[in-house]
Design a protein around this ligand. Structure first.
Ligand code: LMG
Ligand code: NDP
Ligand code: PMR
Length: 396
C-alpha cells in the first residue's frame, strides 16, 4: 500500500535496500486497519528506459552506481533482434496512454493500442508524440465479447508475434443509480474490466506462448481499492465477491443480481469487485500456465493517478478535491507519466520476471512485491471465478 510503504521506510533508503533484494514482513495499523506489507526490491531498469528518463521517479531510484547494468537485448545471453510487440487495452488515455508512450519512446517496442474509439486513440498517440513506426491502433470494445473475438482474429491476421499483453482498460461508474450492461448483458463495470479482459487474455494466451521473445508477459492492472488490507480498500463501499452467486447467475439484473455477490447495485463497489477479479485472474493464470508456458503473469497498483479519465463519471466536486487530497493528505498521488513508467517497467524490465506477483512502488519509486488482501489472494475463489467466467464468456 503506497502510503504505508512510503512511511515505513527510513528517509535515507535508496539503493542499498534495492541491491539487497531482501524481503521482510511488516505489520502495522493505520486508522485501526491492519496492514501486512511484503517488501522486496528487485528493481533493475532497462538502460533504454533509463536513458530516455521514462519515469522520473524510477530514474531517481536508479542513481547509484551499484545497480548492475542490464543488457535488455540479452537477458539470458540471447540476442533479441526484433522489437517487442505489446498490446495495451485502453491506451487512448490515462495510464494506458502513458505506458504506450514510455514503451514506444525506448524504440524497443511496437505498441498495439487496443481501443474502443479509433480516432481518439490516433489523436492521443499523436498528442503525446508517439511516432508512427512505434504504434498501431486496433479496434477493441471490451464491452462486447464479439468485439473481443474479432480483435483477437484481426491481431492474428496482422502476423505480428505477441510478446506482452497489458489488460489496462476500465470503467468506473460511481454515481450510477441503476446498472448498465455490456452487449451480452453483463453489468458494465465487471463486464468490461473483468469479463472482456478474461476472454481477451484466454484467446491470446496461445499467441503469447508461441512468441520467441526472451520474456513474455501478461499483465492485468489491479488496484489498492480492491484490497481490504489497506486504508483505501476500507473506504465504503468495500469490495466483496461473496460466493459469486450474482456472477454465476449471469450478472444481468434479471434472473440474477447485477452484482457479483448478489447484492443491490452499487457502481463503486462493482468497480472494486472487478479489480479483485483482475487480481484473482492473474494469480489463477499463474497457477495454471506459468510453469508450462514460461509466461510471467503479474498485476500491479500503479499509484493513485487522480487526474485520469477514470473519474469522469464522478461528481465535479470530487474531481476537484480528489487530486489535492491525494497529493497533500494521503501522499498516494502519482502523475500519469510516473505511473506509465511503472507499468512500462512491469512490461519490459528484464529483472521483473517473477510470476504471480502484485507489484507496488514506494515513495522513492522502487518496486516491491505487495501483499494482496485475504479475498484477493483466495485460491479457491480464484478457481471458482475462473470457472464461472469461462461459462459466461462461452469458453466452457
Ligand atoms: C462513496 O462515498 C459513495 O457513496 C459511492 O457512491 C461512491 O462514490 C464511493 O468510493 C466511491 O464513495 C464514500 C465517501 C464519499 O465517503 C467517505 O469516504 C466518508 C468520509 C468523507 C469525509 C471527507 C473528509 C475528508 C477528510 C480527510 C481526512 C482523511 C485523512 C487521511 C489521510 C491521512 C494520512 C496521514 O466521500 C467523498 O466523496 C468525499 C471524498 C473526497 C475526498 C476529498 C476529501 C476532502 C479533503 C479536502 C482537502 C483537499 C485539499 C487539500 C489541500 C491541502 C493543502 C495543503
Ligand atoms: P482512464 O479512464 O484514463 O483510461 C481507461 C481506458 O479504458 C480508456 O482508454 C478507455 O477508453 C478505456 N476503455 C473503457 N471502456 C472500454 C471498453 N469497453 N473497451 C475498450 N476500452 C475501454 O483511466 P485510468 O488510466 O486511470 O485507468 C487505467 C487502469 O488503471 C484501470 O484498470 C484502472 O482500474 C487502473 N487504476 C487506476 C488508478 C487511478 O488512480 N487512476 C489507480 C489504480 C488502478 P476511452 O478513452 O475511449 O474512454
Ligand atoms: Mg481513496 C492512503 C490512502 C488512500 C489511497 C492511497 C487512496 C487511493 N485512497 C486513500 C484514502 C482515502 N480515500 C480516504 C481516507 C478517503 C475518505 C475521504 C478516500 C475516499 C475515496 C473516494 C471517495 N478514495 C477514492 C474514492 C473514489 O471514488 C476512488 C475509488 O474508490 O474508485 C474506485 C478513490 C481512490 N482512492 C485511491 C485510489 C487509487 C482511488 C481510485 C480508484 C482505483 O483506481 O482503484
Amino acid at each position: 500500500m503506497a502510503l504505508q510503504a512510503a512511511s515505513s521506510l527510513p528517509p535515507t533508503i535508496s539503493i542499498h535496500k534495492e541491491a539487497k533484494s531482501n524481503a521482510c514482513l511488516k505489520e502495522t495499523t493505520l486508522f485501526g486497519v491492519p496492514f501486512s506489507t511484503h517488501f522486496s526490491f528487485p528493481l533493475h531498469l532497462t538502460q533504454e528506459l533509463r536513458k530516455k528518463g521514462v519515469a522520473a521517479g524510477i530514474v531517481r531510484a536508479q542513481t547509484a552506481a551499484t545497480t548492475p547494468a542490464v543488457d535488455r537485448a540479452a537477458p539470458q545471453g540471447k540476442k533479441t533482434l526484433r522489437k517487442g510487440n505489446v498490446i495495451i487495452t485502453g491506451a487512448s488515455s490515462g495510464l494506458g496512454l502513458a505506458t504506450a508512450k514510455a514503451l514506444a519512446e525506448t524504440g524497443e517496442w511496437h505498441v498495439i493500442m487496443a481501443c474502443r474509439n479509433f480516432l481518439k486513440a490516433e489523436k492521443a498517440a499523436k498528442s503525446v508524440g508517439i511516432t508512427k513506426e512505434n504504434y498501431s491502433v486496433m479496434h477493441l470494445d471490451l464491452a462486447s465479447l464479439e468485439s473481443v473475438r474479432q480483435f483477437a482474429n484481426t491481431f492474428r491476421r496482422s502476423g505480428r508475434p505477441l510478446d506482452a499483453l497489458v489488460c489496462n482498460a476500465a470503467v468506473y461508474l460511481p454515481t450510477a443509480k441503476e446498472p448498465t450492461y455490456t452487449a451480452e448483458g453483463f453489468e458494465l463495470s465487471v463486464g468490461t474490466n473483468h469479463l472482456g479482459h478474461f476472454l481477451l487474455a484466454r484467446l491470446l494466451l496461445d499467441d503469447l506462448k508461441q512468441s520467441d521473445y526472451p520474456y513474455k508477459r501478461l499483465i492485468i492492472v489491479g488496484s489498492i481499492t480492491g484490497n481490504t488490507n489497506t486504508l483505501a480498500g476500507n473506504v465504503p463501499p468495500k469490495a466483496n465477491l461473496g460466493d459469486l452467486r450474482g456472477l454465476a447467475g449471469g450478472l444481468n439484473g434479471i434472473q440474477s443480481s447485477a452484482m457479483i455477490d448478489g447484492g443491490d447495485f452499487d457502481g463503486a463497489k462493482a468497480y472494486k469487485d472487478s479489480k479483485v477479479c483482475n487480481m484473482l485472474t492473474m494469480q489463477e493464470f499463474h497457477r495454471r500456465y506459468h510453469e508450462e508456458t514460461g509466461i510471467t503473469f503479474a498485476s500491479l497498483y500503479p499509484g493513485c493517478i487522480a487526474t485520469t479519465g477514470l473519474f469522469r463519471e464522478h461528481i465535479p466536486l470530487f474531481r476537484l478535491l480528489f487530486p489535492p487530497f491525494q497529493k497533500y493528505i494521503t501522499k498516494g498521488y502519482v502523475s500519469e507519466e510516473e505511473a506509465g513508467g511503472r507499468l512500462a517497467q512491469v512490461v519490459s524490465d528484464p529483472s521483473l520476471t517473477k510470476s504471480g506477483v502484485y507489484w507496488s512502488w514506494n515513495k522513492n519509486s522502487e518496486s516491491f512485491e505487495n501483499q494482496l488482501s485475504k479475498e484477493a489472494s483466495d485460491a479457491e475463489k480464484a478457481r471458482k471465478l475462473w470457472e464461472v467466467s469461462e461459462k459466461l464468456v462461452g469458453l466452457a
